[in-house]
Design a protein around this ligand. Structure first.
Ligand code: SF4
Length: 386
């Protein structure tokens, strides 16, 4: 009997990558492959990469070198190596140059929403509801690696929930880079484009809410989606990530307040407590707008707890600007915060426009100060370099 071909997927990075890997696995199995027990014994090895920080890219390259060395020492043929994930933003030519062992590159936007999915968890499932991002925060590589934001249809999402329910799942997490803007109608002109076109564009021109979308009339689409998923009696817990301070409509806050199937933990990245830094980051909201959203959430239900993400040592961050983030941390009482040390990502607007001028030692000190305030004795014991 002919031996079935096998695949193995090595995943780096965030939950979106893990969810993509479940769909890549589903595609393999639909084509008759079986999962190998590890990368040493597979016929095809998929490396799903992360590019959010230099260290993440280094890890993927280090892993691939280990693979090559392992098979070279054994004197046996190595598996076919397929690279996907956020490192594809480098472009095929550069990738083959950087990692000559790669046999094929799978563009990340070819990992569709509707592929069959292989999940390890039997109770909780990740469901992608959108992909890509239009926001172009100046430090972030995602809009280049994952492309523009695209919402999955309501029918397709609900069909997946129905399938999950029939398999016994009771918890879901709706995934996207900006879940709150799911299904909204686009304005058409991004703020980044405005900034590029108008050199005199200043902080004052930037609205408090950098939504790329028209304000919805009636119930915002993401709220309707949450309500539709809540209609399944078997679904007892709904989470979503990531949210951003823009498109966090009052109707969404009210829905979270009253719909107890929605988890009480809300992840709401702030990135900086300084309006000047937020402007350089092209985050398009102010510290005041962020505080307003958090206060409204806490008013809607005092049980709600908030987590955040912060980047320290962003280009030009003065001590006074850093202290504004420290003050905000003392004021917000976040449950948890992922504090990352800035490192420029080639190709981003931040990398092009702003010199990376804060010494690493100082960035690390700022990381320690904030991590201590926010995470107290919990979680992160090592700084994350973004
Ligand atoms: S919202 Fe900003 S930080 Fe988040 S993925 Fe989009 S560009 Fe990156």
């Amino acid at each position: 009997m002919k031996k079935q071909k096998s695949y193995y997927i090595h995943t780096f990075g965030c939950q979106s990558n893990k969810s993509d890997s479940e769909r890549i696995a589903g595609d393999y199995e639909a084509r008759g492959f079986v999962e190998a027990k590890d990368w040493k014994s597979c016929d095809e090895l998929v490396v799903n990469t992360c590019a959010i920080r230099q260290r993440a890219e280094d890890k993927a390259r280090g892993f691939l070198y280990n693979v090559v060395v392992h098979f070279h020492e054994l004197g046996t043929q190595r598996p076919k190596i397929i690279l996907t994930g956020c490192m594809v933003h480098h472009g095929n030519e550069k990738l083959y140059e950087m990692m000559p062992m790669v046999d094929e590159i799978l563009p990340i936007n070819e990992v569709g929403f509707n592929l069959p999915t292989v999940r390890k968890d039997t109770k909780h499932a990740w469901i992608p509801i959108s992909t890509g991002c239009n926001s172009f925060c100046t430090y972030c590589i995602v809009p280049y690696s994952r492309g523009r934001e695209k919402s999955r249809s309501m029918e397709s999402i609900l069909e997946e929930v129905q399938n999950l329910v029939s398999q016994g799942y009771s918890e879901v997490t709706l995934l996207g880079m900006n879940v709150n803007s799911w299904g909204l109608e686009k304005v058409g002109v991004g703020f980044r484009k405005l900034m590029m076109e108008n050199k005199n564009y200043t902080r004052e021109d930037l609205p408090d809410n950098q939504s790329q979308y028209l304000t919805p009339t009636g119930i915002p689409p993401f709220v309707r989606l949450l309500q539709a998923v809540s209609q399944f009696p078997e679904i007892t817990k709904i989470r979503f990530m990531s949210s951003n301070p823009w498109d966090f409509h009052d109707e969404l806050i009210a829905e979270i307040g009253t719909n107890k199937k929605i988890d009480r933990f809300v992840h709401l990245p702030v990135q900086s407590g300084s309006n000047a830094v937020l402007y350089r980051m092209n985050r398009g909201y102010t510290r005041e707008r962020y505080i307003e959203v958090v206060e409204k959430l806490r008013e809607a239900d005092p049980e709600i707890v908030i987590g955040t993400d912060i980047v320290v040592g962003y280009a030009g961050e003065t001590e006074a600007e850093f202290q504004e983030t420290v003050d905000l941390a003392l004021q917000m009482n976040w449950k948890v915060g992922l504090v990352a040390i800035y490192s420029p990502r080639p190709g981003t607007a931040g990398w092009k426009i702003y010199p990376d001028d804060i010494p690493h030692k100082e960035k690390k000190r700022r990381w320690e100060v904030l991590d201590k305030i926010i995470n107290k004795d919990n979680l992160n014991d090592r700084p994350i370099v973004i």
